[in-house]
Design a protein around this ligand. Structure first.
Ligand code: HEC
Ligand code: HEC
Length: 345
């Protein structure tokens, strides 16, 4: 009797487990959705909420008051945000930074008016940015309709096509090279010993080589685009720069650096000078005293190499621009803050 009763209990346990499993399987899709939204929320809170607010409301993020105009739209407003397509929202987060001191950039109506919305193209994977866009959609009561799997397939297809094209170009190049070598051998064969003595074959560049090089570059690009779909972009360690410069060039570089600071990379959206500008990163008034130029150069080119989850994005800065910015930051040598003024008696 005892044993039967025990068996019954076990059966019940197994039965419950089965029901649980079936439920988990059927609700698998919903669970997956939630996971994506949760991932988007986590990334949004870490990389966006200081400027946009946790709920997307204007004035909510701690950096809101400190950003220069024009400030961001209300991400929680359906009326404002429903006019954007999913791709347009993605683009605002992904696009390259452009120099707004250039009139052509200002005239381009597809471009933002201000550079203080940083790019995340060089910091996060495409999939992560889409997770954020999906989360932003929930802030104004919508959901992502973009075909993410279609995008993955598109990138995969482009990679396969580029690989086939490169292999084809390689075969054509190999054949052309073999043919040229055979012609050269035949020519040397027909020469006399004396002629060969002073003979220097001339360098030939085959047009097939150029075609192959172009195809190989296209393949590398397609490969990194496919990889960046699911993986964060990685770049090689920044090597130690030689920052020595003639004094007359330095003045020019400092001026350029100052311009890049606020008109291209929106550093002022996150850092303050003389108590003006953002509060996301430390004030930079004394950067020229506190920080070593080599360190600054490497940090601004690739912050994630030094601190993996820093809120400062990799802004896709060129080595040239990083130099100018480094020289500029070196000039920021404000005196130590004075003792706070004592309260009135
Ligand atoms: C340093 C502050 C800052 C951070 C960090 C930031 N943004 Fe922005 N964002 C802005 C500003 C400023 C604008 C307005 C740009 C404009 O109108 O030209 C903006 C614009 C936008 C827009 C377009 C709507 C509009 O106002 O034109 C979207 C969408 C957006 N940001 C999403 C994000 C997301 C998602 C993140 C995080 C991955 C993020 N932002 C991080 C400052 C920031
Ligand atoms: C989205 C906000 C954001 C933007 C844009 C940004 N930074 Fe930063 N920055 C930070 C944060 C946050 C830190 C602190 C790093 C940490 O500890 O994670 C930082 C750190 C730094 C530091 C080190 C400061 C110190 O005292 O240790 C320098 C230098 C710096 N940033 C320069 C720049 C420059 C130059 C630009 C523009 C090219 C820039 N930052 C753009 C957020 C930002």
């Amino acid at each position: 009797m005892k044993r039967v009763a025990g068996g019954g209990r076990n059966m019940t346990v197994i039965g419950l487990a089965l029901i649980g499993l079936t439920f988990a399987l059927f609700s698998g899709c919903a669970l997956f959705e939630d996971e994506k939204t949760a991932k988007g929320r986590k990334l949004y809170n870490h990389y966006c909420s200081h400027c946009h607010g946790e709920s997307g409301q204007q004035g909510e993020g701690f950096n809101w008051e400190r950003m220069p105009d024009p400030r961001p739209k209300n991400l929680a407003s359906n009326a404002e945000m429903s006019t954007f397509s999913d791709e347009e929202i993605f683009h605002t987060v992904y696009r390259d930074m452009m120099d707004t001191s250039d009139q052509k950039v200002l005239d381009d109506e597809n471009y933002f008016a201000v550079p203080t919305m940083p790019t995340f193209k060089y910091t996060l994977s495409e999939e992560e940015i889409w997770a954020i866009v999906g989360y932003v959609r929930t802030l104004h009561g919508m959901s992502l309709t973009y075909d993410l799997e279609g995008r993955r397939k598109e990138l995969e297809g482009a990679l396969q096509a580029a690989q086939a094209e490169m292999e084809q170009a390689q075969a054509v190049f190999d054949a052309a090279e073999a043919k040229a070598a055979a012609a050269q051998a035949a020519k040397e064969e027909s020469m006399t010993e004396a002629q060969l003595e002073n003979y220097e074959p001339e360098e030939v560049t085959l047009p097939e080589e150029e075609v192959f090089t172009a195809a190989a570059e296209k393949y590398e690009k397609a490969k990194s685009e496919f990889e960046n779909f699911s993986k964060r972009p990685k770049k090689a360690q920044v090597s130690r720069p030689d920052l020595s410069i003639a004094e007359e060039d330095r003045t020019k570089q400092v001026k350029l650096g100052e311009q890049l600071y606020s008109e291209k990379y929106g550093c002022n959206g996150c850092h303050s000078l003389n108590d003006e500008g953002g509060l996301v990163g430390p004030a930079l008034d004394r950067a020229g005293f506190r920080l070593n130029p080599t360190w600054i150069y490497r940090w601004i080119l690739y912050p994630q190499a030094m601190k993996k989850h820093t809120r400062m994005p990799n802004l896709g800065i060129s080595e040239q621009d990083a130099r100018a910015l480094t020289y500029y930051l070196g000039t920021l040598q404000a005196p130590k803050p004075e003792n706070p003024i004592p309260p009135p008696e």
